[in-house]
Design a protein around this ligand. Structure first.
Ligand SMILES: C[S@@+](CC[C@H](N)C(=O)[O-])C[C@H]1O[C@@H](n2cnc3c(N)ncnc32)[C@H](O)[C@@H]1O
Length: 351
């Protein structure tokens, strides 16, 4: 049966392959194919944003193609489950899961209650590198935005070791916020940071933004501010693991208190990855910037019917209050959050 595929010129194939692997878009069970000029990669469903990046960055074209199964490839998760669950139950099992290093996080609908172990074990059998499967037991909650999870199969361990963009992270799942889905966004920011910049990495979590920037850019320093003590501990460990102690200073505490005391007027760039409630910290973000101005990356959740206007209005009114000018440089939907809402990012300059 034909699969969704990307056709790319040979010279761009390895870069596209790396991107697809990092974004978890590659269908690993199928063998990529090639002809004289092109390579074809089997891919999962692509969002409009993925399609745009793939077209603009790699000049790849979406096609349909029949691929061979990789020789010796194991049964897929769904194939294993098909012998263990009824057809009706199987249809309720999602194919997607988040992978944080050696730990998979799955969402299991209420209708499948009682089948958690069967599902977790099948996932372990299908992906031999996995050590633990856990399930979400609620939504991201509280100020720390941690997602509650529990182990359903494999090792009873919730401390993941995750690798992204050449950096390695310890992530205490269930106690801290972490999303591997923001990997491409971290790289997007890293392409903008210039030599010598000072960055305020607010709401830093376990440190993926400042640590990727430390590895990928020639910034002089990132100040990483985080309130959750468990995330701060993970971040301190991650700074050590990645040997970026000279470039990343971890500041434990509340952005509202730390910025006025330690970061006022010091930074060229501010990251605000706090989608729920970042607007309440715009004052602190502006305060971080040097007198001559700089750039702020604002993240938020927004209604699909009006994605950017409410946030832009707030940003402009905050700037007016302190006599600054803002220019919107970039705005984009990052990922879908619910049928009605999406996570957005807005980059703007302040002068
Ligand atoms: C959505 S998470 C982003 C974490 C990280 N930047 C990432 O991408 O993985 C937001 C983080 O902000 C932290 N946080 C929330 N309110 C805060 C505050 N007032 N001061 C400092 N950190 C805060 C939370 O504990 C959480 O780790």
């Amino acid at each position: 049966m034909p699969s969704l595929a990307l056709r790319v010129e040979r010279k761009k194939a390895s870069a596209l392959h790396a991107f697809l692997k990092e974004s978890a878009l590659l269908v690993k069970e199928l063998e990529p194919a090639s002809d004289e000029f092109h390579v074809f990669f089997p891919v999962k469903k692509l969002s409009a944003k993925d399609r745009k990046i793939i077209k603009e960055k790699f000049a790849a074209i979406v096609v349909e193609k029949t691929f061979k199964k990789k020789s010796g490839s194991r049964k897929t998760f769904k194939e294993i489950l098909s012998g263990r669950l009824s057809r009706k139950d199987l249809a309720l099992v999602g194919r997607a899961f988040d992978l944080v290093g050696n730990i998979a996080i799955v969402e299991i609908p209420n209708e499948l209650k009682g089948n958690e172990k069967i599902i977790g074990t099948a996932l372990l059998e299908a992906h031999k590198n996995l050590e633990t499967v856990c399930m979400k037991t609620g939504a991201h909650k509280g100020v720390f935005r941690a997602e509650p999870v529990k182990v359903i199969a494999g090792k009873k361990n919730l401390v993941a070791t995750y690798t992204e963009s050449g950096c390695v992270f310890r992530v205490s799942l269930g106690k801290v916020f972490f999303s591997p889905r923001l990997a491409a966004e971290r790289l997007r920011i890293s392409r903008q940071v210039k030599k010598g910049e000072v960055v305020a990495a607010l709401f830093a979590g376990v440190g993926p933004f400042p640590i990727v920037l430390a590895k990928k850019t020639r910034m002089s320093k990132a100040y990483a501010v985080e309130l959750n003590p468990v995330a701060v501990k993970d971040m301190q460990e991650n700074v050590k693991k990645n040997r970026v102690g000279e470039k990343v200073a971890v500041l434990s505490g509340d952005v509202k208190k730390i910025v006025p005391r330690k970061l006022a007027g010091k930074c060229d760039r501010v990251l605000m990855p706090l989608p729920k409630g970042a607007e309440e910290f715009l004052h602190e973000a502006f305060l971080c910037l040097k007198k001559e101005g700089g750039i702020i990356h604002f993240y938020g959740f927004a209604e699909r019917s009006n994605l950017f206007e409410p946030a832009i209005r707030l940003i402009k009114s905050q700037a007016e209050k302190i006599g600054k000018k803002v220019k919107i440089l970039y705005k984009s939907e990052l990922r879908s959050y619910s049928p009605q809402t999406a996570q957005i990012v807005i980059d703007f300059s302040v002068s």
